[in-house]
Design a binder for this molecule. Structure first.
Ligand code: CMC
Length: 387
């Protein structure tokens, strides 16, 4: 029996080494590149190459990588059939898009010829296939929810479109504007990697048993779904909708303050706020906020009012609780002003974080030791079964 005390939530515990990402209050860095630099100058495909292959691609490597992604976008018919079968489950609410995406990824594993190989080469090929196919799963799922024809089912989209633009195209059947595609691209860059966050850690625990990549990603999707993690981008937008429904169409400061004070009195967790590491603000949040607000300004006063409401909520949280928004708060508003359906916000997070997860799964497999901490037993004292 151990006498050591546990650290709740493993706060501050260094659980392993990584060369992929550094998350600190001072900077967020992917393999040596700082996040503002990447958001301003890189594309998601370049960042995915940095994370998965390990270095910044030259022009030829980038073209090759993009071509591989495009070639792998289409889904096997079995996955498309499953998405059709999931339509009623989504409509009845026994499943949400994150659940359906999780199962679709698991089926992809069942069908992947290299599913049982953990070699570095097979893992990289599987990582690219997953990165290519996840937007198609999301897109097809959304068109099934909307009762429309699947967009480009044989090709998984339009080969001329970037990863981000193609994701929007697959979901809506409309080619997005350059601005919308750019903002989604930046959001994918910001979401791509974050060291030992809960879902990535889950993927490393699974892969450290020498289980396979699709299994580790399936587990990671389940972890990301929770509203304390990736599910917060949907939950943040739902909270803003709730505030709007309660206070009415105008941003009356007194009503917003009253709503917030009631939330504080009820000890409510406000979604899209707080972070285990960033206690003085999340590097990613202002980048996305600025881009989302610009879209809102282009779309008109009704959309700007949403951002103004969010800004007021942020100010009250900061002034009264000293808690900053995390990336999920502006993400919720940004995706909303682009008309992206709320239940797809966390699946879109998956379309990005798949690159970080796969990089970590590969890093774990390359230098593995079983991850098996110990628990501090707090149960009953020893007793006899018979008397
Ligand atoms: N609303 C209200 N109070 C909060 C919040 C919040 N969102 N976040 C932290 N606090 C309070 C918390 O109650 C605690 O107060 P006290 O000391 O009085 O008990 C104090 O701030 C310290 O927080 P903590 O519970 O120690 O924080 P944690 O590191 O355990 O949890 C968190 C981090 C992200 C789970 C938490 O801040 C939270 O639940 N936030 C809302 C969900 C959310 O936005 N998640 C997204 C995380 S970031 C990106 C991602 O993963 O997608």
């Amino acid at each position: 029996m151990t006498t050591a005390t546990a650290t709740k939530g493993l706060e501050g515990i260094i659980a392993g080494d990584t060369q992929i990402c550094s998350v600190e209050q001072g900077a967020l860095i992917y393999r040596g590149y700082e996040i503002h630099d990447l958001a301003q100058h890189a594309t998601f495909e370049e960042v995915a190459h940095v994370l998965l292959v390990g270095h910044k691609p030259d022009a030829k490597e980038l073209q090759f990588f993009k071509d591989e992604l495009i070639a792998n976008r289409a889904l096997p018919t079995q996955v498309v059939d499953f998405l059709h079968a999931a339509g009623p489950m989504l409509r009845e609410g026994t499943a949400v898009p994150m659940d359906v995406l999780r199962t679709a990824v698991s089926i992809l594993g069942n069908m992947d010829k290299e599913s049982q190989s953990n070699s570095a080469e097979a893992n990289l090929r599987k990582a690219k296939r997953l990165t290519a196919k996840i937007p198609t799963i999301i897109g097809h799922m959304q068109t099934i929810i909307d009762g429309k024809e699947l967009v480009a089912p044989n090709t998984g989209g339009d080969a001329k479109l970037s990863h981000a633009a193609n994701l929007l195209y697959l979901m809506s059947g409309k080619k997005p504007s350059t601005e919308f595609a750019h903002v989604v691209d930046v959001s994918l860059i910001l979401y791509a990697e974050h060291d030992y966050n809960a879902s990535t850690f889950a993927s490393r625990v699974i892969s450290a048993t020498l289980s396979d990549m699709h299994g580790a990603v399936t587990g990671a999707i389940a972890a990301l779904k929770g509203p304390l993690h990736g599910g917060a981008n949907e939950a943040a937008m739902e909270m803003l909708r709730e505030i709007r429904a309660d206070i009415g169409p105008a941003n009356d400061p007194a009503k917003i303050e009253a709503w917030m004070h009631k939330a504080f009195a009820d000890k409510r967790k406000l979604m899209g706020f707080g972070h285990r590491v960033y206690k003085n603000g999340d590097h990613r949040a202002p980048i996305l906020h600025g881009l989302g607000r610009k879209i809102a300004e282009g779309r008109g006063p009704e959309f700007v009012r949403l951002f103004e409401l969010g800004e007021k909520v942020e100010k009250i949280m900061l002034d009264e609780k000293q808690i900053h928004p995390n990336v999920d708060f502006p993400c919720g508003m940004t995706y909303f002003v682009m008309d992206i359906p709320v239940p797809q916000y966390t699946p879109i997070f998956v379309a990005s974080r798949i690159t970080g997860w796969c990089a970590h799964i590969m890093e774990q497999h390359a230098n593995n030791r079983l991850i098996r901490p110990i628990a501090n037993y707090t149960g009953p004292k020893l007793k006899k079964w018979n008397g």
